[in-house]
Design a protein around this ligand. Structure first.
Ligand code: TRP
Length: 330
């Protein structure tokens, strides 16, 4: 049998995940588990780049996020779930890689530039933050990840991982390349809208959480914006610009043709459309909530799953680092 290709998936532990995380990443991870050998990384050191003052929240945020992963169908038997800071070799490889990248190259990274602008970091950008994508390259390459499922904002980081892999191989191991050049695997719904129409994001306060109770979902969708030209039932609407229609497309696929026709003709009002959408989302989340409730009652099980994932990951990381030093003659 051919060897399964290896995927490295990672998320920063931001606590409870939202539907944007689910649709934009997690669902994809779950789908990929059978055909690839998957590694699932909790990138806790990466949160320090922007949030170093809140280090004490990290353990709780890891637990909440991993409970969402497991509830949504990440199977730790197939796919080790592990924590970056538990595998010290990531830091070691990051250090070695950091010598192979110029400062100018890092400063050209568009995703980083965007962050500098959004968070007004112009004069306060830390050394560690500029190196964010080098740490990410270490995360991926220490497991010889060949594919990385990401949204489009992460593509520049993966490109840098490719360059670092190439550079290391050229300098230290031209005959027997130590590292593969990882490729991004783009997700279908990279930008899922929040209830205000902007990209769903915790910092914008427009999220629907995977773990939200049905009544919370009902309340939040009630306040969601729809097509501004459709003021009352009877007005013809434009489903393609409506975020509720995006939700319908994802959570209520069978009824989409009828909903489109009803919206466009005016026969279907926004209130009814929202209600139908809301109930589908709640229905979708029901089995996820049941699973999550189990882990909430048994957090020790989650910690054990992580401990086992750490062990599997650590073995791989140790093996790669031995190859790295061998190649470097150190
Ligand atoms: N930078 C990623 C994000 O913000 C998180 C991440 C860290 C990651 N290390 C990774 C993603 C390795 C994929 C592979 O979403």
């Amino acid at each position: 049998m051919a060897r399964k290709k290896r995927i490295l998936s990672g998320m920063r532990p931001t606590g409870k995940l939202h539907l944007g995380n689910l649709v934009g990443a997690l669902e994809n991870w779950v789908r990929l588990q059978d055909d690839y050998e998957n590694y699932h990384l909790v990138a806790d050191w990466h949160t320090l780049t922007t949030d170093y003052e809140h280090s004490r929240d990290i353990p709780e945020n890891i637990l909440e996020m991993v409970m969402d992963w497991l509830a949504c169908g990440i199977d730790p038997e197939k796919s080790p779930v592990f924590v970056q800071s538990h595998i010290k070799q990531h830091a070691e490889l990051h250090l070695i890689f950091s010598m192979l990248v110029t400062q100018a190259r890092l400063e050209r990274n568009p995703t980083l530039k965007e962050q500098v602008r959004d968070l007004s970091l112009e004069t306060r950008m830390s050394y560690g933050h500029i190196g964010y994508p080098i740490l990410q390259a270490a995360d991926i390459l220490i497991y010889k990840g060949e594919f990385v499922p990401v949204g489009d904002d992460q593509v520049p980081h993966i490109e840098l991982s490719r360059e670092i892999a190439r550079r290391f191989n050229t300098v230290y191991s031209p005959k027997h390349p130590v590292f593969p050049e990882p490729e991004p695997m783009l997700t279908k719904f990279p930008r899922f809208p929040g209830v205000d129409g902007n990209r769903m994001s915790k910092s914008l306060g427009n999220t629907l959480l995977i773990s939200d109770e049905p009544d919370t979902i009902r309340k939040n969708i009630k306040t969601a914006v729809t097509d501004p030209q459709k003021v009352r039932r009877g007005d013809p609407g434009h489903p393609d610009i409506c975020l509720i229609f995006t939700y319908q497309n994802r959570f209520n696929k069978e009824e989409v043709p009828e909903i489109r026709a009803g919206c466009e003709s005016g026969a279907l009002g926004c209130v009814d459309c929202k209600k139908r959408c809301t109930e589908k989302i709640i229905e979708y989340l029901e089995p996820i909530h049941q699973k999550r409730a189990h882990y909430e009652k048994h957090p020790k099980e989650v910690l054990e799953i992580i401990e086992q994932g750490d062990q599997r990951a650590r073995k791989e990381a140790e093996r790669t680092m031995a190859e790295v030093y061998q190649a470097m003659g150190m």
